[in-house]
Design a protein around this ligand. Sequence first.
Ligand code: SF4
Length: 412
Amino acid sequence: MDVVERADGGDRPTTALGLAEEWRNAAYNCYSSGHKFCREVCPVYQVTRDETYLPTAFHANVVAMEQGLVDIEDVAQDYVSCTMCGGCELRCPNTLFVGDFYRFRTRTVDVVRAVRTLAVDRGVEEPTWAAWNAATDRNRHEPVVQDVSVEVSQAWAAQYDLPRSGSTVLFVDCEAALYRTSLPQSVVWLFDHVGEPLALQPQPWCCGGPAAEMGYADQARRFAEHNVDDWREAGARRIVVLDPHDYISFTEDYPRYFGHSFDFEIVLALDLVAQWIREGRLTPQRPIEARVTYHDPCRLNKRKGIWEAPREILRAIPGLDFVDEDRVTQWSYCSGGGGGLAIARPELTSQLSERRVERARALDVDTLVTACPWAERPLGEAGRRHEMPVIDLLELVALSCGAPVSVPGWLR
Ligand code: SF4
């Protein structure tokens, strides 16, 4: 099999045939069953009605590669239209019926990533992604705003006298550090409020996850190496994460890159907040008079099975009228903010967020709560068209605990 050194030290294929060899079983699993149960759960298919962007097509292309019928140039563009939400993997009968017994799961997300990586390695690049990742490589954070640098990415923390070394370090990059700054400010305030020590990473770079998802494997590895070196430099043992995309990088990619030497505890800030509420260390007291529903971020609900802690927090906030939609129903919901879709196909992202806000409006709520900065921008834009504020769960609980944080679009 034609290979090059993979970011995790393994070999990654350099030819379509090599890729087909690696993903043969996964591809035939889907291709031979052909039931397409993934159709209606796939957010991209919901707005395009185009089966080119379905997991069945993504896997069938790999079978066609094995048979020498197509090469990467022929199909690479098809894989751009995927948010990597993971909904199809959960809804797939191959996962549902044999998953528990054989611990099997359809792996569309990994197949999409492998094809994107081969495309980049072969110079078949999506132009918007090439520019985006080059800018990220230059400025160390994604170009989510005009002025991007490591220094600017820490401006949100200027008002806090936080140490740059300690065993518990808060990781903040890209969208939360440069655009949705009320989110890290809320987290810092909550830590201080319960008396938990917290340090900031000295020189944070992007987690590398988006680059890896778009196929820029070597760049992703380089950024991971920098962050891990910086954590060691800071004496960190525990890394606190407020962005589900970072959580996926640190709990899936980094252990794959660094193996046993990756000995950091990775915790989600919202899990800590739920624990503090359970222990009585944090008590939301200020009533929030709002009728809300919660959007399960794809990378928490579908990719990680994390859906209970957010609901626990929402139910602890006084005054809140929480209209819940169960997590399984939400397998087909998506903001369109992930997998590079908002960069290459912003019109699809806008349609997906519009559909999500429409579903919230159908519940007769006045506010949409979620827990992902990458979802909050497109959902916020759709919400503004319908005067429905979109707020992060951690911002909401901080406000109810009395935090003096100003949240964009939140006037209560
Ligand atoms: S990961 Fe999500 S967007 Fe991609 S094919 Fe599966 S359901 Fe569709």
